[in-house]
Design a protein around this ligand. Structure first.
Ligand SMILES: NC(=O)C1=CN([C@@H]2O[C@H](COP(=O)(O)OP(=O)(O)OC[C@H]3O[C@@H](n4cnc5c(N)ncnc54)[C@H](OP(=O)(O)O)[C@@H]3O)[C@@H](O)[C@H]2O)[C@@H](O)CC1
Ligand SMILES: [K+]
Length: 518
């Protein structure tokens, strides 16, 4: 499992580290990492290192200091380095001296001979000729979008960009972008990921992210966010053991769909059928359609007749009228873990008394998109989706899975898991019904609700990716994806589960431990 730490957590840890290791030594270690990764990128993109040109965009703080020191190290490898200074009076003086000693040069961003956009001729020339650009404009102390001169410089860059710590212009805490910002090919960060590397626009603009060890590990507290990797998801996925039967692996109840709209029922039930080996009971007016598509399901007409289940998945397509309310109330009273989606959320938002039906000891998962979230609490989540999800999870004592390109999952005790899909293939009608079925099945199998949501979100986005990429007409693997419907996503769920389970198995193969470098 990966972690991500806030700037505040990193700064506190940094102060503890400085008690043992002098600050300049830490900065040089960070800069060494930036230089190493930049040289690697140059080798990959140009076929060599010596004789190439690198431009540094240098802001007012230590982020610029890192860039200047990285430039000094690159200069010693035979690379031509020009620093473009955005705030010459505040540029990191030791870094600047180090660059000059190594034979690098520094020019002003806005002169001499500025063009109509205010960019100096030397700065413009350095950017035009660069084989790679290092973004040291701003790091952990960033506030808001890029300022005009920085924005104009970044706009002109055509070479690959290596961001120091984070892409400038991205909010370090939320990953939000509300104006010009760097889009990096590679981000080199220090000690651990920051939230902006995994949330929203920041995740996309970070490009690939390399974490450089600067000795901070021992000083970092519990991370603000956690991310499940494929191997974590695979390791915890419930599969039947030798002593299991259809009951012991969890019986999930699905209350979804209507006679007029059976699709939600078929999708949610199908997801539950494919997620685990346990039994799936369907309860609702779409029983015939469900039986027809998933004959292994035990289908009945109402939740009252459903029989015993270990967890419920409820909501998609049940409607927001009296019958939907009755279904939801029954499920909430059952004392079983519940994943409530779609119409369930609308019902809960509109009717405070429904909350009273809930068994307070049974975990409740809500899976709103931004609109349903607004219905629930009166306002959309805003830029800080982690804070919003955490607050609502605590307020309602629920596990809240906030849908979006980055899925944020908050437990009532404040723990947060993030699933950064980095693609939007699941954004299709009916896709949420599949997610609900997956979560319900994992809850029935006894998986902790936070983990169940994280596992389901991961497999759901992977299944969408698998389905979208499929194969080309000639049967070969496709690099580009094609739009998919929820049925295709659902059909790819077993492949996604096999993939994450293989990731877990690879990690535990004894040969991997004793064969370094493989
Ligand atoms: N933590 C660690 O372990 C280590 C950290 N290290 C490094 O230190 C970095 C943090 O450095 P830092 O604190 O000096 O601030 P930093 O981010 O460079 O900002 C500087 C100034 O920029 C300005 N500014 C603000 N917003 C802006 C905007 N949108 N667009 C343009 N400018 C903007 C604002 O100044 P102002 O112009 O407002 O006076 C602000 O004060 C960190 O990211 C990492 O790279 C490593 O060296 C080693 C170990
Ligand atoms: K930066």
């Amino acid at each position: 499992m990966l972690g991500a730490w806030t700037p505040e957590q990193v700064r506190d840890a940094e102060q503890r580290l400085f008690a043992r290791v002098p600050e300049p030594a830490v900065m040089r270690r960070a800069a060494w990492g930036v230089a190493t990764e930049t040289a690697r990128l140059l080798r990959e993109s140009t076929g060599g290192v010596a004789g190439r040109r690198v431009a540094l965009l240098v802001g007012a703080g230590n982020n610029g200091g890192d860039a200047l020191w990285a430039g000094a190290f690159l200069r010693r490898r035979g690379i031509g380095v020009t620093a473009v200074l955005l705030s010459p009076d505040k540029a990191h003086s030791a870094g600047l001296a180090g660059l000059r000693r190594a034979g690098g040069r520094a020019v002003l961003a806005d002169g001499p001979n500025p063009d109509t956009s205010g960019i100096g001729a030397e700065a413009a020339d350095a950017l035009e000729r660069a084989d790679a650009v290092i973004d040291g404009i701003v790091g952990l102390s960033a506030r808001g979008a890029l300022r005009p001169v920085a924005a104009e410089l970044v706009h002109r860059v055509e070479a690959p960009i290596v961001a120091v710590d984070l892409p400038s212009g991205v909010d370090p805490v939320t990953g939000a972008v509300d104006g010009p910002a760097v889009s990096a090919d590679l981000t080199v960060t220090f000690g651990g990921l920051k939230p902006c590397h995994v949330l929203g626009a920041g995740a996309v603009r970070s490009g690939s992210v390399e974490v450089v060890d600067i000795g901070l590990d021992d000083e970092l507290p519990e991370p603000e966010l956690r991310l499940l990797e494929a191997a974590d998801v695979g390791a915890g996925w419930p599969v039947p053991g030798p002593d299991d039967d259809k009951y012991s692996t969890g019986v999930v109840g699905v209350a979804a769909g209507s006679a007029t709209y059976p699709g939600a029922a078929v999708l949610a039930t199908g997801a539950a059928v494919q997620a685990t080996a346990g039994m799936v009971r369907y309860a609702g007016p779409a029983a015939d359609a469900v039986r027809g598509r998933w004959p292994e399901t035990v289908a009945t007409g109402s939740v009252g007749d459903a029989g015993r289940v270990q967890a419920w998945a409820v909501g998609p397509g049940i409607g927001t009228g009296a019958s939907g309310r009755e279904v939801l109330a029954h499920v909430l009273e059952s004392g079983r873990p519940v994943c409530a989606d779609a119409d369930s959320i609308t019902l809960l938002a509109a009717d405070e008394a429904l909350w009273d039906s809930r068994d307070p000891d049974a975990p409740l998962v809500l899976t709103p998109h931004a609109g349903e979230f607004a219905r629930l609490v009166g306002a959309e989540p805003g830029a800080d989706r982690v804070a919003a999800a955490r607050e609502v999870a605590a307020r309602f004592d629920v596990h809240l899975l906030l849908k979006g390109n980055t899925t944020v999952i908050a437990a009532p005790d404040g723990r947060v898991l993030v699933n950064d899909a980095r693609h939007a293939w699941p954004a299709t009608a009916g896709s949420g019904d599949v997610l609900t079925g997956l979560i319900g099945a994992l809850l029935a199998a006894g998986v902790d609700p936070l983990l169940a949501c994280g596992q389901a979100a991961h497999v759901h986005s992977l299944a969408a990716e698998v389905a979208a990429h499929g194969a080309k007409a000639d049967g070969s693997a496709a690099v580009s994806g094609a739009p998919i419907g929820a049925s295709a996503l659902l059909a790819a769920v077993p492949a996604a589960i096999r993939t994450v389970r293989d990731s877990a198995a690879e990690l535990t193969r004894p040969g991997d431990v004793v064969a370094p470098g493989r």
